[in-house]
Structure formats: C-alpha cells, structure tokens
Design a protein around this ligand. Sequence first.
Ligand code: 5GP
Ligand code: ZN
Length: 148
Amino acid sequence: MSLAMISISRFARDFGKSCVSELRLRPAVLLIFIVMTDCLFCKIIAGSIPSKKVYEDEKAFAFEDIKPVAPTHVLIIPKKHIVGIDQATEADAELVGYCQLVAAKIARERKLEHGFRTVYNVGPDAGQTVFHLHLHLLGGRQMHWPPG
Ligand code: 5GP
Ligand code: ZN
C-alpha cells in the first residue's frame, strides 16, 4: 500500500471516529450519509451531477435517461435513497407507487396516449446498474413482449 493510500485510509478512519464520538452521530446514520454522498442519483438530485430535469416535487425527481432506448425515456426516482424494490419496506410503499403516478403525469404531458411502459429493474438478471430506486418511463414507440 502506498503512503498516499495509508494517509487516506487513516484520514477516513479518524474522520469516522470523530463523527461518531465528537459529533455523536450513530454509526448507522454515518453509514447512510456515506452511501448517499456516494450515490450517482443522490448526486443528480442534489445537482452536483447535471441532468436534464423533467419534474421535481418534495418526494420525487425525474430526468432524461443519458442513454435513451425510446423517444421518451425518463427516470423517476424518490428523493429518499432506497437501493431497489427488493430493499424497499412497507414504509416505502407510498413512494414506490407515487413514482408510478409521476410517470403517468409525465406520459400525459408528453401525449403518450398510444401507451407507455414503466419498469423497475431489480438485480443483475434484470440489468439493474444503479442502486438508487428508479422507475423507467418508456414511450413513443411500439414496445415488444416479452421484453428482451
Ligand atoms: P438500470 O439499468 O439500473 O435499470 O437503469 C439505470 C439507468 O440510468 C440506465 O438506463 C442508464 O442509461 C441511466 N444512467 C446511468 N448513469 C446516468 C447518468 O449519469 N445520467 C443519466 N441521466 N442517466 C444515467
Ligand atoms: Zn441515492
């Protein structure tokens, strides 16, 4: 391990200890803080990573997918950091459904009256690559079934 790596890991260890002892943060709170500051979609919500915003309210944020696979490809995410549907709890039920309603609202605004699809990818078999819950809104072309 290089000198720089040792210094960084010592800094992280000491910073973590001082957060717990001096700031009296509970370790679980500190862990959530670290996960959120390292999450791509939390950074997009905070505006520290730019995105093409489509919608925002106190509970949800929606933005254009960077690699669209349909003429409309919007991601709707809860502002609360939830890893995925498989990690969501009953306390998250309203948020999970709320993202669907935001998707329907965006679909109405975009006049997707011929139809659209909403998808939560969960885990590696479904191709989930970002671990902050996100609902894909796809529309503007014929969708196929079964999906690929
Ligand atoms: P998943 O594969 O996890 O279901 O979906 C993640 C989605 O996030 C993908 O469709 C991918 O194109 C999109 N994505 C990944 N990184 C970024 C980014 O930095 N900005 C935006 N706008 N979309 C992203
Ligand atoms: Zn997040």
